[in-house]
Design a protein around this ligand. Structure first.
Ligand code: ADP
Ligand code: ZN
Ligand code: ZN
Length: 732
């Protein structure tokens, strides 16, 4: 044993893409696991996270370097949180540094202090202050401030603008003071919920709420409810009990689902501090929100994928809304699935977790069928809201007008005449997905990808949607010199133009990535839809998700054929989920709705199933097919991806890997490949992959470890960029 003053060992995670931990020397007292230190690494100085105090190191003591500084007095991550991340490192076989640092906001990764910034608080100067009756907003502000000082942000979310505050400050009724916020203790809030009327629950809702509330310890629930069936109301009521007991709630939502509307719904119900965590926040906002989860000042956290890795003081419930959404899977770097880690976290903390969706993932349905999750079903919409009627329109031999059949145009006209809104859905932005020379057949292809340029008209350009390369439209064909360039296929811009011609008397709005890039423009468009400025809505899936438009009575999917023949085995599941999402936009309020699907395959079993029997039925038979083919969730997969500008280098690497790996694999592990990616060349990179599959997770992990060891010894591995994806949610 060393004496207390002799340097001891620290094992740390470093933010480098290496699959190992690092040892350093440190003079006691040693920083606890979960604290940050600064260490020398090569010529650099890095922020590191302490993981443990090992008694010995693989590296000779004389070769170890000493840390240069201690950054924290108390751990940033608690023991349980470190354990979760350690497990994730093992499960995803990923570089520990990248895993642990994923749980820290950027400012902490950079070595900043784990402390709130000082903020400006508005104080009430005179308890008796009054303003004229007609100054309603000013009165509201005074009422709020009577309960205690608030920041501008806190006032803003309650509808008080800076102008109102300035006006009150001018009258010397309120004043701004700088201070560092104290951790808030909301646990003694007398009135947790606001005055908002809680609806009387339907029988199905009430059953779901009571089953979740009576759960003890770790209990996963799958809440399968059709769109508009009141899943959110179930969440709210279940949350109430947890919050009353003084524990925090984490609500995970898909990236696209974190709208002001979503947040407002929670704010309207609860009189408690709510934080959001998502990628659009700046670094400082993220750190403050992170701190307030960790010290317990916030009661409810609504966040996207990475919020799952945030430390919580007293987490009592996890809710994952739209649990099937693909944005819960991180597709680069540390490729984790937030839903899977959330289950682990709930298990570790011994708390309930609710996965909600109208279209649950096959993984979750399978788990429910096996009895691992308790299935709760909401099959009806509350009140008078009706479920939409589904219609398959046969596109064969029909003269289409910019992708619209005469029958669809007639249906649109009928709804518009009645004063309703209609929504058209096409998952392809731009004017046309390809530009072609009518004279010689030349196609405008991206030089960097195996893909056509998309032709955009506003603003005019050729744009590759795969590598983002853009260039001006050629004035004539570069091959034959003729000026007969025409678009082929259909994009949202083209449909928008056609609709303007067909229905000039109605307001039309297009919603896709092109016209929502500017901050706030999406919100502005949505507001225009809600206040009736637009009657015709056309968009990509951005429009399909999470928005409630009560006056939409007809929803049309213009082209359903693509998904039916895609090569990825998950394509039908994704299509079905999207279809149900889109369909859910019709007839949500008391107006009955229609869902129209244009297809050249009206007899296709999948479409028939979805339109006539619904998602559950579809999922049931699709799951049987997966089982017969031994595909996930009936087996497990891991995918090695590799890419380089030189195709031969990628081949060499993967062939060498297979050659050494194959003979060592048990017969139960399937090794497929090397296969080329569906788009072999993208942004100038040639891409190939190797798929491992097994019915047993342990055997699959064993095979991956073998492969990683081989890769470490391969010289060819250093010439390519490669990655490992455990439970990949898409092939390339
Ligand atoms: P989902 O999340 O399942 O799509 P929501 O929770 O958004 O459904 O509910 C749809 C609509 O029905 C909302 O306007 C909601 O306020 C309302 N609602 C939910 N539950 C009830 C109920 N028990 N009685 C009346 N209205 C309800
Ligand atoms: Zn030509
Ligand atoms: Zn490209």
């Amino acid at each position: 044993m060393s004496t207390s003053s002799a340097p001891a060992l620290l094992r740390v995670a470093l933010p480098v893409p290496l699959r190992r931990e690092f040892d350093y020397l440190c003079t006691p007292p040693l920083p606890a696991p979960g604290c940050r230190v600064t260490v020398p690494f090569g010529a650099r100085s890095l922020t590191a996270l302490v993981l443990s105090h090992p008694s010995e190191s693989e590296v000779a003591l004389g070769k170890l370097k000493a840390i240069t500084a201690q950054l924290d007095n108390s751990p940033l991550l608690a023991k349980a949180e470190l354990k979760l991340l350690a497990w994730a490192t093992q499960y995803y076989l990923h570089a520990p540094g990248e895993v642990y640092f994923q749980a820290l906001p950027t400012l902490l990764r950079k070595g900043e202090a784990a402390a709130y910034r000082s903020s400006s608080y508005w104080y009430l100067l005179d308890e008796q202050a009054t303003v004229p009756e007609q100054a309603i907003k000013q009165q509201q502000a005074l009422t709020l401030l009577r309960k205690g000082p608030l920041t501008r942000g806190e006032l803003q979310v309650r509808g008080i603008s800076s102008a109102i505050l300035q006006a009150l400050a001018k009258k010397q009724l309120i004043e701004k003071r700088e201070q560092i916020p104290e951790p808030k203790d909301w646990r003694h809030t007398k009135q947790l919920t606001t005055e908002e009327d809680k609806p009387h629950l339907t029988t199905e809702q009430a059953l779901a709420v009571s089953l979740i509330q009576s759960a003890h310890g770790f209990s996963p629930f799958l809440l399968e409810g059709i769109t508009g069936s009141g899943k959110t109301e179930v969440y709210l009521q279940v949350m109430e009990a947890v919050l009353k007991a003084g524990r925090q709630v984490l609500v995970l939502v898909p990236e696209i689902g974190l709208t002001p509307q979503t947040i407002a719904r929670f704010q309207q119900r609860f009189n408690l501090p709510i934080s959001t965590l998502h990628s659009a926040m700046n670094e400082r906002e993220r750190l403050d929100a992170w701190l307030s989860c960790r010290d317990g000042s916030t009661a409810i956290v609504i966040g996207t994928r990475s919020a799952l890795l945030t430390p919580f003081a007293r987490l009592g419930l996890i809710i994952i809304d739209e649990e099937h959404d693909t944005s819960f899977k991180q597709q680069e770097g540390f490729r984790y699935h937030a839903r899977d880690l959330a289950l682990l976290r709930a298990h570790q903390l011994d708390i309930p977790i609710v996965l909600g969706s109208a279209t649950p993932s096959f993984e979750s349905l399978h788990n429910a069928a096996q009895g691992k999750y308790q299935l709760l079903t909401l099959s009806q919409r509350p009140g008078t809201a009706t479920v939409a009627e589904h219609l398959l329109l046969d596109s064969r031999r029909v003269q289409m007008h910019a992708g619209l059949s005469p029958q669809l145009i007639e249906l649109l006209g009928q709804e518009l005449t009645k004063g309703n809104q209609v929504m058209l859905f096409l998952n392809r932005r731009g004017y046309a997905p390809a530009l072609l020379c009518h004279g010689c057949g030349w196609l405008a292809d991206c030089e960097r990808c195996d893909a056509h340029f998309t032709w955009h008209q506003s603003p005019s350009r050729l744009h590759c949607h795969h590598c983002d390369y853009q260039r001006p439209l050629p004035p004539s064909c570069p091959q034959c010199g003729q000026a007969q360039l025409i678009g082929t296929g259909l994009g949202t811009e083209q449909v928008e133009q056609a609709l303007m011609g067909l229905f000039p008397q109605y307001g039309i709005i297009r919603i896709d990535r092109d016209n929502t890039r500017r901050k706030g423009s999406l919100a502005q468009h949505l507001e225009g839809i809600r206040n009736g400025q637009y009657q015709i809505l056309i968009g990509t899936q951005m429009l399909a998700k999470g928005h409630h438009f009560p006056d939409v009575t007809l929803v049309a999917m213009l082209d359903a054929d693509g998904a039916l023949f895609a090569s990825d085995f998950r394509a039908t599941e994704r299509f079905a989920q999207l279809y149900i999402q889109v369909a859910g936009r019709a007839g949500r309020a008391s107006k009955p709705g229609q869902v129209v699907l244009q297809t050249h395959q009206p007899e296709h079993a999948l479409l028939q199933d979805l339109a006539n029997q619904g998602y559950q039925h579809f999922a049931h038979s699709a799951l049987q097919e997966r089982q017969a083919a031994q595909l996930p969730p009936f087996s497990f997969q891991a995918l090695f991806r590799a890419q380089a500008t030189n195709a031969k280098q990628v081949h060499t690497f993967l062939y060498e890997l297979v050659q050494q790996l194959q003979p060592q694999l048990p017969a139960t592990v399937l090794c497929l490949g090397p296969l080329s990616a569906q788009m072999e060349r993208k942004a100038g990179q040639y891409r190939y992959q190797l798929l491992l599959q097994a019915s047993n997770r342990r055997e699959l992990a064993g095979a991956c470890r073998l492969a990683l060891a081989i890769i470490d010894s391969l010289v060819s591995a250093r010439k390519v960029r490669w990655s490992l994806d455990i439970d990949p949610s898409e092939l390339w």
